[in-house]
Ligand binder design. Structure first.
Ligand SMILES: NC(=O)c1ccc[n+]([C@@H]2O[C@H](COP(=O)([O-])OP(=O)(O)OC[C@H]3O[C@@H](n4cnc5c(N)ncnc54)[C@H](O)[C@@H]3O)[C@@H](O)[C@H]2O)c1
Length: 498
């Protein structure tokens, strides 16, 4: 018995069995100001047989149901014929290198990081210490790694966008399997070259489209596939970047210049194009895009503002983008700084970064060119359409998705997924079970970051790319959609996706 019971039955309570409460359900109900006792009383019971890969549904409040993800069914069970952890070398020990490194720390029986390439000494040092990497396997730059014959199973490429293409080709040439951060490369042709090299060498390349691994999106795709809303007709998807995040990453930060990195539709949103393609399950045919950089421009600099927020800016106290407020007073977004371990020394270190790096500069006086709003309309096969918006100016983050079908619709925000059935007029809300997300609490993207690593490790151990949800063959299409969107935005034409 699955979702249809919840939607079709007048009163689902009589068919509920097997009492179950999870911490997430508990806190969810508590958020609605109920006591634990009330929660237990109000709570439902797990519905009988689960849909494939899911632990069935547990009613937690009125029309709200919780679902669990059975990892070994949704993904393939972990199987390692090597009888040892796979070994990997990380190129780029920054934010993402540490995300995947974090998996290796916890699941050291599955993967061991035995080498690192990283030019920033303190990052190299900390990474080597965490993973007990011997001196001879510590390198300044990725090129150094490839002066040696192959000495690990896999290479993890977590360097800036302009350092994906060459290192990936080199790694494949030397016989490594590769975990490749998105975007794969800076042009459509480079993406095709990587695909060709993967086929030629027969190696495994996993592209880090981590949203495919988030229980929430897995559930959404499964429901569409099961016909929960009839035939899929169209999808509206939105990525609210959140205004401070925009200023941090795409105005001041690493991705402020599209030519040095990639256009924001790839840098930020190849994930989203990928999720649309994945949920629809059919090829895209054409795309039209519009968007611009409207706000973070020199002409919008307030009177009295200065080159750096700390240099006597007269509007600093009220500016939402004040670097002093974001990084120094509120201590947010600090992962980009290599701060001393001693807490009392961190304040001065932050101020030094604000004096000397782009993170201390006025958001209206940067050399940024990434659009702060971007809309696309996509035609898929089978008369299905999708629209996607990427918006900087929101107070919130977390993708929002509306899926329209012939017999119902779904509305979700990566936490709750509300499904309406036109046949019965019923509406229910699904929330992912706490443990699925909590199991990977250091893993971002709704748990997807570490679940991707789980798949990659199993694929490498078994030398079989079928273990991956995000293979290179599948990932390339969303990149081609992104490059076509940018062409459309710049030429003001509808562009065919080939
Ligand atoms: N999958 C996702 O959801 C996701 C999220 C954020 C970023 N990314 C992508 O991941 C990549 C890394 O992003 P990040 O946020 O970790 O950036 P980061 O700046 O934190 O880390 C990159 C690291 O690479 C190092 N590096 C630079 N040149 C190098 C070289 N020649 N050899 C070895 N290392 C070198 C840098 O010093 C830095 O420490 C980017 O391509 C980014 O677009 C993906």
């Amino acid at each position: 018995m699955g979702l249809e019971v919840l939607l079709m039955n007048e009163n689902p309570m009589p068919v509920l069995q097997n009492f179950l409460i999870s911490s997430y359900a508990y806190s969810y109900v508590m958020k609605r100001q109920m006591t634990r006792r009330e929660a237990l009383r109000t709570m439902g019971l797990t519905i009988g047989a689960a849909a494939l890969g899911f632990d069935g549904f547990t009613q937690i409040n009125d029309n709200v149901f919780e679902y669990g993800l059975n990892l070994d069914e949704v993904f393939k069970p972990i199987k390692n014929p090597l009888n040892r952890p796979i070994t990997a070398i990380t190129c780029g020990a920054g934010n993402r290198g540490n995300t995947y490194g974090g998996y290796a720390e916890v699941f050291h029986d599955q993967v061991k990081i035995i080498g690192v390439a990283e030019p920033i000494p303190i990052r190299n040092e900390r990474y080597a210490k965490t993973h007990h990497i011997p001196e001879e396997n510590r390198f300044k730059t990725w090129e150094d790694v490839f002066t040696r014959p192959k000495f690990a199973d896999a290479i993890i490429i977590t360097m800036p966008d302009n350092l994906h293409y060459e290192p990936c080709l080199k790694a494949l040439e030397l016989g490594y399997d590769v975990l490749l951060e998105k975007p794969m490369a800076q042009t459509a042709q480079q993406c095709r070259d990587i695909l060709a090299a993967t086929r030629k060498t027969g190696r495994i390349v996993a592209v880090c489209h981590v949203l495919r691994y988030a229980p929430y999106f897995i559930k959404m795709k499964q429901l569409i596939g099961e016909g929960a809303i009839g035939e899929l007709v169209s999808i509206q998807h939105m990525e609210p970047i959140q205004h401070i995040h925009m200023s941090h990453s795409y105005v001041r930060g690493n991705w402020h210049d599209s030519k040095q990195t990639t256009p924001i539709i790839l840098a930020k949103s190849c994930h989203d194009l990928d999720i649309l393609r994945w949920m629809i399950g059919k090829p895209s045919k054409s795309i039209a895009a519009m968007g611009d950089l409207k706000w973070f421009r020199k002409e919008n600099a307030p009177e009295g503002s200065t080159d750096r927020c700390m240099n006597g800016c007269s509007v600093e106290a009220t500016c939402p983008y004040s670097a002093m407020k974001i990084y120094y007073r509120e201590r947010g977004w600090l992962y980009v700084f290599d701060l001393p371990d001693e807490k009392d020394k961190q304040g001065e270190a932050i101020l030094e970064y604000l004096r000397t790096t782009n993170y201390g500069r006025c958001v209206y006086r940067m050399e940024n060119d990434q659009p702060d709003h971007y809309i696309t309309s996509i035609q898929f096969e089978d008369q299905i359409t999708a629209s996607f918006s990427m918006e900087a100016f929101t107070a919130y983050d977390g993708r929002r998705t509306r899926v329209m079908g012939s017999m119902g619709d779904m509305v979700g925000d990566m936490t709750e997924l509300t499904i309406a059935d036109f046949r019965t007029g019923k509406t229910i809300t699904l929330v992912p079970k706490g443990e699925d997300v909590a199991n990977s609490k250091n893993s971002g993207h709704g748990g997807g970051d570490w679940l991707l690593m789980r798949d990659f490790v199993t694929a490498v151990a078994n030398q079989d790319p079928k273990y991956l949800t995000s293979t290179i063959d599948q990932s390339i299409e969303s990149h081609l959609m992104g490059f076509a969107a940018e062409e459309s935005r710049l030429t003001n034409k509808v562009v065919e996706i080939k």
